[in-house]
Design a protein around this ligand. Sequence first.
Ligand code: ZN
Length: 279
Amino acid sequence: MCPVILESAPLSRLCIHTITTKPWSIEEAATRYASAGVQGITVWRDALNGRDIAQTGRMLRKTGLSVVSLCRGGFFASPEKEKRRLAIDDNRKAIEEAFLLGAPLIVLVCGADPGQSLDESRKQIKDGIAELIPEAEAAKVKLAIEPLHPMYADSRSAINTLTQANDLAEALQSPQVGVAVDVYHLWWDPRLEEEIDRCGRNNNLLAFHVCDWKTPTVDLLNDRGLMGEGCIPLKTIRSWVEKAGFGGFIEVEIFSLEYWKMDQWEFLKRIVSTYEKFV
Ligand code: ZN
């Protein structure tokens, strides 16, 4: 692998996840993102609480933003049948929400349970996604399997590498199902370049999420870094994703107790400047 020096990613491809600026309501986030020149928004479901979803979708588009995806569905794995059933119901609700919002994609955090084997969780994940395909198709909403870093294999996802996500997406054989590549979860994988290529060849590359990996990481969930602050080779990974044919939005997804304490407008300006410099 030779390091790839690319031109900066264009501002027109920047999308931000609402959870990145968690202290803001979705209305405030939309106005602020648009005034900072951001053109895409990925909506976390909690941001929709208490709102008319179709109306919120119209508000976002009126602000000039493209709705890139809805986060998140999944959590299919459980030793208890009733919990698996509830998860399917909740995913059906997510598909309906995405339809009303006008989001073409739902990101799936697939789930895992420490009370059963990873293999068992993987079977349940596959069955769960398969059950949702007809509804996703009817709503014209795609489902993106997001592999999560192995540190979350106990309770958040039994799908931990892009190889596993590609295997699963290909086994499900549906144009509704593909994969989300999040650099935070995948940057360490020696097979990443070839698996991104495979994902593109199969038309399964549906989303690209960025942030950075800090050293030390002091919180397993809420200590993601701003782009350029850590050790993830963002430009190199972006070059692989683009070589694989992906030309969609580049989504900034940062959960950070530290940054949520900051003035969010200052934080947003840093997101834009570090995106332009390091992605
Ligand atoms: Zn992600």
